[in-house]
Design a protein around this ligand. Structure first.
Ligand code: PBG
Length: 337
């Protein structure tokens, strides 16, 4: 015992935050958020053909896969315990047109993949997007008339596409095109077609973001896009508007909400989780993935550590799960721990 007091004693009194951090066992005991394999959704890219594994330059470690290869990869993901995948097709250029009409082809690449995956790996959830951008010759998510992305006509098409996707075996429809009224319209359409048990994960708050760059390379829309998506995606400046947009989707019947991109929008994740009693998912998008990969490949950051840290931070921010291109790597890492 010493009666010498330090300045810090006067300030902290008996309070010492570091007591709970002093050993591995205390740190484990007080850990608030945890990442498990059950939190992971793996987005994958599809190409026509067979036997194809085609690396995406802007997303090191991510490939476009033909359906047969995708089925093998999804089997592996299911064996690791990943609960669900999300699929994005790279559609042949000669099938793309002004209205994205090929999305209404029952046996298109996306629906073929869903059917094949559900047949081979019935226990993994398949989430499909109904935006038109992989199918349009201009790279927009909706139908372009003159210089306008027309809302209501796009919604009619998206509803038909959603029913075809559900027919093919899709478990959850995830509309990302941000048209007004789409959630209610898709719900009614699915129900009328007998797909009451098919869920809707709304890309409720999708921001107009530069982080989607590598994705546009992955599905070959980067060179096609005329103008920007500011007339239908939310401005990165607007949080309250994002909450209102999500509120409409909740009223219209969304089963799950998504925030996209992820890390720069953790405040939105938190706000949606507080405001609504629905599961909230973050999409750690292509640009977020590529940033971490690039810095890791340069030796500037510890890639695995940053990957696990970002995924855990989504949990702390209130997310129930994360769509991430790291899903398989993270699942392997979690299995080791
Ligand atoms: C568009 C869509 C986008 C992503 C998925 N679906 C964004 C866009 O092209 O504007 C982005 C996903 C990613 O960046 O990983 N419907």
């Amino acid at each position: 015992m010493t009666n010498k007091t330090h300045l810090v004693d006067e300030i902290t009194g008996h309070r010492r935050m570091r007591r709970n951090r002093k050993a591995d066992w205390t740190r484990r005991l007080v850990q608030e958020s945890r990442l498990t394999v059950d939190d992971l959704i793996w987005p994958i890219f599809l190409v026509p053909g067979s036997g194809i594994i085609d690396p995406i330059a802007a997303m090191p470690g991510v490939n476009r896969m033909s359906v047969d290869k995708a089925v093998e990869a999804v089997k592996e993901a299911a064996d690791l315990g990943i609960p669900a995948i999300a699929t994005f097709p790279n559609i042949e250029m000669n099938l793309r047109d002004q209205t994205g009409s090929h999305i209404l082809e029952a046996n298109n690449l996306l629906n073929q993949a869903t059917a094949a995956i559900k047949k081979a790996v019935p226990n993994i959830g398949v989430i499909t997007d109904v935006a038109l951008d992989p199918f349009t010759s201009h790279g927009h998510d909706g139908i372009l008339r003159g210089s306008e992305i027309v809302n209501d006509e796009t919604v009619d098409q998206v509803v038909k596409a959603a029913i075809l996707q559900a027919d093919a075996g899709s478990d959850i429809i995830a509309p990302s095109e941000m048209m007004d009224g789409r959630i209610g319209a898709i719900r009614r359409g699915l129900d009328a077609a007998g797909h009451q048990s098919v869920g809707i994960m709304s890309y409720a708050t999708k921001f107009s973001s530069g982080y989607y760059g590598p994705y546009r390379e992955a599905i070959s829309t980067a060179g096609l896009l005329k103008g920007d998506k500011n007339s239908y995606y939310i401005s990165p400046a607007n949080g309250t508007e994002a909450v209102r947009d999500a509120a409409m989707d909740v009223e219209e019947g969304a089963d799950m909400l998504m925030v996209k991109p992820g890390l720069p929008y953790l405040d939105i994740c938190w706000r949606l989780k507080e405001a609504f009693s629905l599961p909230v998912f973050a999409y750690q998008v292509s640009g977020e993935y590529s940033q971490i990969k690039a810095a890791g490949m340069n030796g500037w950051i510890d890639e695995e550590r940053v990957m696990m840290e970002t995924l855990l931070c989504f949990k702390r921010a209130g997310c129930d799960g994360i769509l991430t291109y790291f899903a398989v790597e993270a699942a392997r890492r979690l299995a080791k721990a």
